[in-house]
Write a protein that binds this ligand. Structure first.
Ligand SMILES: NC(=O)c1ccc[n+]([C@@H]2O[C@H](COP(=O)([O-])OP(=O)(O)OC[C@H]3O[C@@H](n4cnc5c(N)ncnc54)[C@H](O)[C@@H]3O)[C@@H](O)[C@H]2O)c1
Length: 372
């Protein structure tokens, strides 16, 4: 007789009851994980253990009638990781993304997170991942705000009015204690207005909504970019204030002068090294086009910026081995490509809370495995 295996299934409602929306707690958990990233107590996928994940993307055209074709933000993605320290857990986020989903009453991306025992490899939890992912994504700029943003920042601009942008703002405003104004820029003015008004009412801020990027960023101390890639977000160096901090959570282009006169801080330079190497394998005309922060990669490739191996990671700033903000006038660009360590680490935190609260359903994998 072999060993029985059971795991916990947590739906979205269970996740909410267990505290997945608690951004303040998530920011602290992520700061802890940033320290693990700096010391190296983690492993992600790929040969170098630093891969964001592996994507299934569809071809531009297909002879098969059922095979999807390429479209903006259309993909499936598997993102595995081991997180060390007190977490000591392995797991994976798996999701699909289709930009037309909101027309069907669904989120653009639908995500699941699986956690596994590191030793026996048994599943310990299968969880709804949408809120893990949006909160963990938002809280990364929250940690960056704690360490990189001027303490007297009063204006925060959000580019994009989707769920990820909202999650970013919820976390940023927890750390930017002197915020007075929220500016939201979206292609759809009504979406920008609804987001700005909702946040203004909730937190007593002055709201401003616009479709003009220039108008949106001119007065901003903090700029959070989390727009989908329907239309590229193109900013100009001379629109951006001295001392401002941009958080790239989604794609964004700025003219090269910006990067030459500002400091870049990466969520994890080692992951961006892997991304950079992957771009070098692409045909020349496809390199440095898709992805967050790829414009800086191109400038590195052309020798205009120091190589990514010399890049500053936020974890190193937190641990004090690299320097973050050096003056009130310095402009900083924080690039976050997203990592499964956040999904696994934040997912594990919520799983433990759910277990204590008796939430979820226990599912049986087997009483005894058929094959031993
Ligand atoms: N870095 C990470 O860890 C991470 C994680 C998850 C998602 N993301 C990225 O965040 C982005 C937003 O995700 P979402 O789920 O909120 O998307 P969404 O599609 O639900 O919403 C995005 C919003 O951006 C707006 N938009 C698109 N182009 C714009 C432009 N040029 N100017 C202003 N607004 C524009 C759209 O109108 C839409 O309202 C996606 O690109 C996604 O890939 C990043």
């Amino acid at each position: 007789m072999g060993k029985s295996t059971h795991f916990l299934y947590l739906d979205e409602e269970d996740m909410i009851k267990a505290g997945v929306l608690d951004s303040a707690h998530c920011i602290d958990v992520e700061e802890e994980i940033f320290r693990l990233l700096s010391t190296g107590d983690y492993v992600m996928g790929g040969d170098k253990g630093n891969s964001h994940g592996i994507a299934v993307r569809f071809p531009k055209e297909s002879p098969f009638p059922n095979m999807p074709v390429d479209a903006p933000d259309r993909r499936f993605m598997a993102m595995p990781a081991y997180v060390g320290g007190r977490f000591h857990v392995a797991g994976q986020k798996w999701y699909g993304s289709n930009i037309i989903n909101p027309q069907r009453g669904l989120p653009r991306s639908i995500l699941m997170v699986m956690l596994n025992d590191v030793d026996t490899c048994e599943p310990i939890a299968l969880m709804s991942g949408n809120l893990i992912s949006s909160v963990r994504t938002g809280c990364v700029p929250g940690v960056a705000t704690r360490y990189l943003v001027r303490k007297d920042a009063t204006v925060c601009t959000c580019i994009g009015a989707g769920p990820v942008s909202k999650a970013c703002f919820e976390a940023i405003r927890l750390e930017a204690k002197n915020l007075k104004e929220i500016v939201v820029c979206d292609l759809i003015l009504e979406k920008a207005e609804a987001f700005a008004n909702e946040m203004a009412e909730k937190y007593g801020l002055i709201p401003h909504a616009t479709t003009s990027l220039e108008e949106a960023v001119k007065a901003a101390d903090i700029i959070s970019v989390a727009a989908s890639s329907v239309k590229p977000v193109n900013l100009q160096n001379d629109w951006l204030k001295p001392g401002s901090t941009i958080m790239f959570t989604g794609r964004c282009n700025i003219d090269e002068d910006y990067f030459l006169s500002s400091k870049i801080v990466w969520d994890n330079a080692k992951m961006h090294e892997v991304y950079y190497d992957e771009h070098l394998l692409l045909p020349e005309d496809q390199r440095f086009i898709n992805g967050i922060g790829v414009q800086a990669y191109r400038m590195m490739f052309e020798g205009k910026l120091p190589p990514i191996t010399e890049g500053i990671s936020l974890g190193d700033v937190i641990c004090g081995t690299k320097v973050g903000r050096e003056s009130d006038d310095e402009r900083i660009c924080f690039v976050t490509g997203g990592m499964p360590v956040w999904d696994v680490g934040w997912g594990y935190e919520i799983y433990n809370k759910a277990k204590k609260m008796g939430l979820g359903q226990t599912l049986r994998l087997w009483d005894s495995p058929y094959l031993e």
